[in-house]
Design a protein around this ligand. Sequence first.
Ligand SMILES: Nc1ncnc2c1ncn2[C@@H]1O[C@H](COP(=O)(O)OP(=O)(O)OP(=O)(O)O)[C@@H](O)[C@H]1O
Ligand SMILES: [Mg+2]
Length: 281
Amino acid sequence: MSVLVEANGLAVRTAAGEDIVSRVDLQIAHGEIVGVIGESGSGKSMTLKAIAGILPTGVVARGSIVYEGAELTHLGRSEYRRFRDRELGIVYQDPRAHVNPVHTVGDFLTEALRINRRLGRREAWARAVELAEEVGIADARAQLRAYPYQYSGGMLQRAVIAAALATEPRLILADEPTTALDVTRQAEVAALLRSQVRERQIGMMFITHDLELAAALCDRVYVMYRGRIVDAFVADRLADSEHPYTRALLRARPKLESGRRRLETIDDALRARIDEEVARA
Ligand SMILES: Nc1ncnc2c1ncn2[C@@H]1O[C@H](COP(=O)(O)OP(=O)(O)OP(=O)(O)O)[C@@H](O)[C@H]1O
Ligand SMILES: [Mg+2]
């Protein structure tokens, strides 16, 4: 598989001069699903935002991000926007935060098609219906006339995924796209993303707190800790990882029946050991 996007020595620095991400080397090949896991605050979202060129004001990326042979960190604002519009589909945790509540879901879906694909109203609508059907929105024609508040979280996330796919991107960046959904919907939305990405043979970066989900969904997984990538493995070799942090995450894994699965139970002694190890690496 050839490389689609590659970060080398990527750092993300705040206005105060603090590196919230550092020395990140990461690759996503064409058609590959790459998981990024790690605790809250470990730098997952900042890494994604650096790739997408959407870091908060005052926060800057250093190092190299190469997409299809082209260096992204040199792009100006409008060039980066054009790159995003053409090449990326971004899916976030909370679909409601990313759709305009006063427009119909159909408007939301046709917008990208009309602007970025320059489709006329009729064409865009027909394509939106197709896309909605592809992502499993039943009775798409009628559903597209409804407003976001009339959708369940899971259905709205499907619509957001459809919008992300509308412009036929080659890379999907998904930042905990299933975390806000209930457990059954989580599995469905994860499966949907996987099948769409596989069908289209495009790449995906999938951020999650859920080690098991990452292992089940992805081809390879990176583990982040305090802004660094501390471990990387082929997904079905998760159990073989010898990294103390990954092993700790595996042990800390909450039981399924406890509902929400977040990684927050690493004890202090272990944390001190991992800090030492990361500092040495
Ligand atoms: N605008 C900002 N300026 C400075 N630091 C920030 C800013 N936004 C986030 N941070 C810090 O950057 C670090 C990494 O944040 P990031 O959002 O990437 O974590 P994350 O791994 O995505 O966590 P979560 O799982 O909670 O989403 C955190 O310590 C956070 O406090
Ligand atoms: Mg995050």
